[in-house]
Design a protein around this ligand. Structure first.
Ligand code: SAM
Length: 399
């Protein structure tokens, strides 16, 4: 079934990849349901007249459970980072007249279970690319009167600034019950994008589109402030931004019982994200001061895990990835390798040993059983082509 997937307007190239990884995590490709099992990719569309960079995408998912899990990822106490919400789309149009026609045409049997008087609901108005007043939001909601919600004190039409609405107060002809605003059974969203051309920062070729849908899952980015770098105990000059680290851990399908390895561990930001998702972690770095000492007994990679109450890494190694410490033939140790290799001048790559040792070709490689995720291709110290041929089911991500 097709769902409306609304993204945060950030890290555009990573958005579909994150959803596809989480779809895989939640078994979307396991059953014979018409998906490309090899590529593990989903079908995507953008709404009419929308640019591929649009925050609004339509995605075909096998079930509502998969859609809900992707947006909430609640079963693994974690969250999809770039998805704002996933919705069952009841209608869309480039005008409110078209929207009405579309909603009226949506199958009754799909709408009915959510319209009965025994359940509470809430409608929220959200705009993308413009701000509309409280008054305008009220008008928009009044315009949805043709949807046969069963009125009653249990039901609620709400607005973002619903503080002004008192319990039992009749707003625009609809009863409002405060309790159901806080914890409604069903959340509906009216989402509107603006026309491009009013200097609103939207990508080109986006024309006004209005969507109305039932929320299936809604993201919670609260974990990002918790893990933000400015409150991290041990920081280095190239510590990985928390949002990117969580995104990578999601794409590596980090989950309980799996071992995730970061061969360029630095201050451990990527492993912290993987540990949050329940994975066991292990890291290595060429710099002994990083993995052994940090800035003292209470300020090191270990204390970054302690700070969030996460299980400690199973090991931190001092190792040069040019001369990895694995015995030949070692296979299928790691479920995922996630790393942020050195780049540029500030954090350039290093190699151990004298000139003689370093002159020959790099013919060592890592073994992992599932995935390799890289943010930067760093072929001088980590030959990714070499790696790809030797890993099972490898997917390399690089911007
Ligand atoms: C970009 S930083 C990684 C930062 C890390 N993601 C964090 O959040 O702190 C790259 C790291 O790779 C390490 N490094 C450089 N060359 C290496 C090599 N040949 N083998 C292993 N580690 C290396 C550096 O010491 C540095 O800590």
């Amino acid at each position: 079934m097709w769902y409306l997937c609304v993204f945060y307007h950030r890290l555009l190239d990573y958005r579909r990849a994150e959803v596809e990884s989480l779809a895989e995590l939640f078994g979307a490709f396991e059953d014979d349901n018409g998906y490309d099992k090899e590529k593990k990719s989903l079908q995507w569309r953008v709404p009419e007249n929308h640019h591929p960079d649009s925050p609004f995408h339509l995605v075909n998912l096998p079930s509502e459970d998969v859609a809900r899990n992707i947006a909430n990822r609640s079963t693994l106490r974690s969250h999809c980072i770039l998805v704002k919400g996933i919705y069952e789309l009841w209608g869309e149009g480039s005008s409110y007249e078209e929207l009405e026609e579309s909603i009226r045409g949506y199958p009754e049997e799909r709408k009915c279970p959510y319209l009965n008087s025994g359940s509470t609901f809430k409608i929220t108005v959200d705009c993308f690319g413009k701000i509309i007043s409280f008054q305008e939001q009220t008008e928009r909601i009044k315009g949805l009167a043709y949807i046969p919600f069963k009125n009653g004190p249990q039901n609620a039409f709400s607005f973002r600034k619903n503080e002004a609405v008192e319990e039992g107060e009749r707003v625009s002809g609809y009863w409002v019950g405060r309790a159901s605003l806080r914890n409604p059974d069903h959340n509906f969203w009216l989402m509107e994008t603006d026309d491009y051309g009013t200097n609103n920062g939207l990508p080109p070729i986006m024309q006004r589109r209005i969507f109305f849908g039932r929320e299936v899952g809604c993201a919670d980015r609260k974990l990002l402030p918790t893990y933000q770098l400015k409150s991290r105990t041990y920081l280095g000059p190239t510590a990985m931004d928390a949002e990117m680290a969580f995104l990578m851990a999601n794409q590596a399908l980090a989950k309980p019982g799996k071992l995730v390895y970061d061969p360029f561990v630095g201050t451990g930001s990527i492993l912290v994200a993987a540990a949050h998702f329940g994975a066991m972690t292990m890291g290595a770095d060429i710099d002994i001061r990083v993995v052994r000492d940090g800035r003292g007994p209470d300020c090191n990679v270990w204390s970054n895990f302690k700070q969030y109450g996460l299980p400690m890494p199973v090991a931190l190694l001092r190792a040069d990835n040019n001369l990895p410490p694995w015995r030949p033939g070692l296979k299928e140790v790691f479920y995922a390798i996630i790393c942020d290799p050195p780049y540029g001048v500030r954090a350039g790559g290093c190699k151990s040993g004298g000139r003689k040792l370093l002159r020959g070709p790099v013919d060592r490689y890592f073994y992992a059983n599932v995935k390799l995720h890289l943010t930067w291709k760093s072929t001088n110290i980590l030959n990714t082509d070499n790696l790809q041929g030797r890993l099972q089911s490898t997917r390399i991500l690089s911007p």
